[in-house]
Design a protein around this ligand. Structure first.
Ligand code: CA
Length: 238
């Protein structure tokens, strides 16, 4: 990989040990890494260096990481992955609803971290290339396939015959494969801004979807529940 097309990651984190771990890991994977140890310098580096992706700790010495999400989202869609010791479901949902793309809870492993970064960067690219490609393309993982043009989902080549709402849920998760979508985001995307905030409708549909697409609905392989937060579809294997 030459230095011109390396993706640039801004790490916003005040813990020196985690900074070193992240820098070493990301540099060895070919990323260019910039470090900000507080919120104020982060905001400066975001405008001066235009990173491709932010890794953001929520507990910063001078401000709450959510304030950075709020500020960045006023002018750019650059991917933001929250790295946080906070494992509270509400904290994760708040960060995602404010516009973070994903979150990862400390302590986390290298493989998981790198997969999340790849998914976040890929998502920006597909968004930039417009939704049309996703709407006419397909998604594959294991023996599951979504054909967006035909609006059909196949398992092992067999049409699983989803209802229209089940299809819309699966297609939405498939377009964002590898990323967690909060209940709130899904309800808004599927049923508009006036949608009920009650996620029971999603749970009911998900039970039906899992019976149709998962070999074992109790041990999902394709669509994962992020407890109290939302759902995540397995990354596309293409
Ligand atoms: Ca911290």
């Amino acid at each position: 990989m030459n230095s011109d097309n390396r993706s640039k990651v801004l790490v916003i984190e005040d813990d020196p040990g985690i900074c070193i771990f992240l820098k070493t890991t990301l540099v060895s994977e070919g990323y260019e890494v910039i470090i900000a140890k507080d919120g104020k310098s982060a905001l400066g580096l975001i405008s001066s260096h235009c990173p491709d992706c932010l890794l953001l700790d929520l507990g910063l010495p001078d401000m709450d990481g959510n304030a950075i999400i709020e500020s960045v989202r006023q002018w750019t869609h650059m991917p933001i992955i929250v790295i946080s010791a906070r494992s509270m479901e509400q904290d994760k949902a708040t960060a995602l609803d404010m516009g973070a793309d994903d979150y990862i809870t400390k302590p986390f492993g290298t493989i998981e971290l790198l997969a999340r970064i790849r998914a976040a960067l890929r998502h920006t690219r597909t968004t930039a290339e417009a939704g049309e490609i996703a709407l006419t393309g397909s998604y594959h993982v294991g023996d599951l396939e979504i054909d967006y043009r035909k609006r059909r989902v196949y398992r092992g080549g067999e049409d699983v015959r989803l209802t229209p709402n089940e299809y819309r849920i699966v297609a939405l998760l498939g377009r964002h494969a590898g990323r967690v979508l909060t209940y709130k985001t899904m309800l808004r995307e599927l049923w508009g801004p006036a949608a009920s905030s009650d996620n029971k409708i999603l749970r009911v549909h998900m039970a039906g979807i899992r019976r149709k697409i998962e070999p074992d609905p109790n041990e999902p392989r394709y669509i994962f529940t992020e407890v109290g937060v939302g759902y995540r579809m397995a990354e596309d294997e293409k």
